[in-house]
Design a protein around this ligand. Structure first.
Ligand code: THU
Length: 160
């Protein structure tokens, strides 16, 4: 028996204003997208903005459903849109913001496990890492250089 230690790297920015201008712009788009979330059940609104290599920005937000599991997270709404409309375009970065209507959230909120798995699929497909920036409504922003840092033991097609 031996132990395996897995190390991940994350960068923490004190606020949006510390980010590069292009990422501030991307995060602003995520905030705007969050305002259009359809979350009448959880009252938890999430916004996502994807930067494509062409410079185009695709946004998404969570879409809930009375049959709860039929709803979809903001990250998947955005990346499935990008995958369907721009199948050969690489995604360079993604900005995420999340918060409850019931309380102000200042803690950076990372994507859920299912979204990490979906993002990993696209990262493997495009053979290029996707930078992920995530935050609450205000406050610190965390940056991951790759989905691999958020989901170290990814399941991918190499196992099939
Ligand atoms: N949600 C997202 O949009 N992304 C995540 O990564 C976590 C959760 C949504 C799903 C649901 O509409 C609400 O947040 C509460 O879970």
């Amino acid at each position: 028996m031996k132990n395996i230690k897995i190390e991940i790297n994350l960068e923490v920015f004190e606020s949006v204003s510390e980010l590069p201008i292009s990422i501030q712009n991307l995060m602003n788009k995520a905030h705007k997208a969050r305002n259009n979330a359809y979350a009448p059940y959880s009252f938890f609104n999430v916004g996502a903005a994807l930067q494509l290599e062409t410079g185009e920005i695709i946004t998404g937000n969570n879409q809930e459903n009375a049959a709860y599991p039929s709803g979809l997270c903001a990250e998947r709404v955005a990346i499935f849109h990008a995958g369907s409309q721009h199948p050969n375009m690489k995604v360079t970065s993604m900005a995420l913001t999340a918060g409850s209507v019931k309380k102000t959230n200042k803690t950076p909120i990372p994507p859920c496990g299912a979204c990490r798995q979906v993002l990993a699929e696209y990262e493997v497909k495009q053979e290029q890492p996707i930078e992920i920036y995530f935050m609450g409504e205000t406050g610190k922003v965390v940056k991951s250089n790759s989905v691999k840092d958020l989901l170290p033991l990814i399941f991918d097609s190499s196992y099939l």
